[in-house]
Design a protein around this ligand. Sequence first.
Ligand SMILES: C[S@@+](CC[C@H](N)C(=O)[O-])C[C@H]1O[C@@H](n2cnc3c(N)ncnc32)[C@H](O)[C@@H]1O
Length: 568
Amino acid sequence: MDHRMSIPGEKHRKLELTWVGKGQEHRLEPRILIEDPELSYGDDKAENLLIQGDNLLALKALEQDFSGKIKCVYIDPPYNTGSAFEHYDDGLEHSLWLDLIAQRLKIIKNLLAADGSLWISIDDNECHYLKVLCDEIFGRANFVANVVWEKKYAASNDALQFSVSHDYILVYSKQQSWRPNKLPRSQKSDSAYKNPDNDIRGPWQSDNYTCNKSITERPNLYYPIVNPNNGEVIYPKKTAVWRYSQETHLDHQRKGLIYWGASGNNSVPRFKRFLSEVSEKGSIPETIWNWEEVGHNQDAKREQLQLNSETPFTTPKPERLLERIITLATNPGDWVLDSFLGSGTTAAVAHKMGRRWIGVELGEHARTHCQARLRKVVSGEQGGISKSVGWRGGGGFRFYRLAPSLLRQDDRGLWVIEPRYNAEMLAAAMAKQAGFRYAPDPEVFWKQGKSSEKDHIYTTTEYLTGEMLDRIREQMSEGESLLVACTRFESGCEGRHANISVKKIPQMLIDKCEFGRDDYSLKNVIDMPRDPSLDWGQQEVEPWVAPEEPEPAKAPEAKPQNPQRSLF
Ligand SMILES: C[S@@+](CC[C@H](N)C(=O)[O-])C[C@H]1O[C@@H](n2cnc3c(N)ncnc32)[C@H](O)[C@@H]1O
């Protein structure tokens, strides 16, 4: 008989956080990304991506190429504090906020590498709800830590109750086997190592020689030790036996690793741990991060003022905070993603630290703040962590925007292809929609993308005839298959060749996902400042072209821009 408490009918219920709208998943359209070469900057071989647009659609757009590849995701979402900031409005009702974050976290999880980790800045308004939500999405076992970051160096004397001096950083790993890198040792921790006995092995620190196990738990660790200086025989307490076996202890004694105090007559031995041994290994991170180590909000504001004295971004993080996270979570060359990029701190720090990065920002500050800041970084900007990491400039990034939705409803409510899609965009979008990688073969017109070596896709707006299909069939080799997506075709095309399937746009797409929606950021709740030229309204019918921007002033070190826009 099972003696555990059971509640009738409750067997299938689980511990979970619920909110209004939970479980109503959006069927997101996998958009293509379109480069704005005017805003891309520096080395055109650089892989870094700065994306302007709603991050839910942007994360979805990245899934095809980046699933399982991102080593570190850092996000600093609006904290839902109820206060309105200059560059975005933060007052979402709790359910809406949770829903907004939950949808994004699910895609972020797909993007993370097996040895990847997620770091989320948050405060007490939502931290504990967010923890439960992350437990549900990432698995409770993958919770790593809740870091307390001391964001202020002085109390706010006008606080009515407490002056809050910290934020949290919730850390989750994709898998439990995740381990952080070690941190370089600080001068402060090194200064705890001294050399009072002029040991030729250098400075050392004395460590406990007993442990918290009892004689019953570890009988082999209860034995007598003789102080060689005075012959005294010493036993440990029965509740806290020696830390090392007798054999190891004798080895320590032979190597002169035991300290008996300045007089040599202490009643318990201590272990000599040398700085030379620990400094190579670095130090393990702790969960309290003081402002002396990683900066505070005022540092971040000062960094902003140096970058943009007229309209500094109002809620930036200090570069040293991101340096700490990126040090722990990545190695040079790894991918770092921030989908709430704000003023671009994560991308700037990742760039200076030799990581590849992707930043997504919805607001117009993607251009006015992030793009401008990253241009300066590429040109060797010397604020923030630049001096401490020896940054001298280099590299580059590409600036992308989300393409408009592929389908729109016409005046009669019928779904039609968005007229701003030209042939190239349509081919790229159809490949992405159908799960093919867009890679047009310069020699074979019908090989526009593939899902495997032998499975291709061809999208055309021409009227497709049986004769056209026969010609393509003749060029196909053994084992090859083809999906033709077209708007109109002659009767008899379907089933004409066993290895060629013919589908009609937009019919083949309509049920696949939600079209015509450009913003999942609950814009009615957060009113983002936006560039009106980016509002893909229903009325315009001209082919889509990137909005014109004045040429940004280039720093002399910058390399020429890539004049060709690319699709992603
Ligand atoms: C707290 S700020 C991030 C600050 C950043 N860590 C820094 O150091 O500058 C949050 C940012 O998320 C952006 N954001 C909010 N909702 C978004 C969405 N749906 N897609 C993309 N960005 C969004 C806001 O515009 C804002 O710039």
